[in-house]
Design a protein around this ligand. Sequence first.
Ligand code: UDP
Length: 235
Amino acid sequence: MTYTKRPDGRKFDEPRKMEAKVGIIKRADGSAMFKMGDTIAIAAVYGPRELHPRFLQNPERGTLRCVYDMLSFSVPDRKRPGPSRRGTEISMVTENSLLSVVNLDQFPNAVVDVFINITQANAGTRCAGINAAVMALADAGIPMRDLVSAISVGKVGDKVVCDLDKDEEDYEEGSTDIPVAIVPRTGEVILLQLDGSIKKEELKEALKMAKKTCDDIYKIQKKALKKAYQEFQNE
Ligand code: UDP
């Protein structure tokens, strides 16, 4: 089935409009917001601080803990509040992605907590969450070798597309969703999940699209971080 036109009129390789802001929660050690179309993620970082209970402490390096949560009224059909299998899985993949760049060697026995809240969801929330979380970690001054940029690519009908929205994920002729996270400076892929099916050549094309879009996301993230620190200097 030929997929001719995206619901919001975007080109097949065009992401939704993105926006980023750093330093949005005063009480947190670091915080950030990342918006992709109608999907909004907010991240708050607390720590490094001593980890309790003490038997959880690692004397060799600090521990990173991520909690992803989608708020009840972030979606048209109210989402049941509290933990879920989906939330646990997304928290885990987010934590693993961030661990690829974060260095907690200087903080033995300590913990860095990252809370990601999705206040509005229209697909791509794990990617928006990762983009916000990594900026919040940088804002908290946590040592990192680079940022992480994430985007969902995939296939809708017969077309390879960038940044699927919910209508596209639910496309009745079938869709494939591939969230990808990249370390921008090296191009290293640190997260790749695949929900659906795709041919090898199409996957290559999708990954190329992801790399290009992540380069743009990286620029947006860096700009937001620089802006926060310029404002801080001018205070
Ligand atoms: N969604 C929903 N209710 C839920 C879970 C998900 O309406 O309980 C919607 C929401 O818009 C989400 C989308 O389904 O962004 C896709 O969810 P998925 O698990 O694929 O993760 P995401 O694309 O958000 O990373």
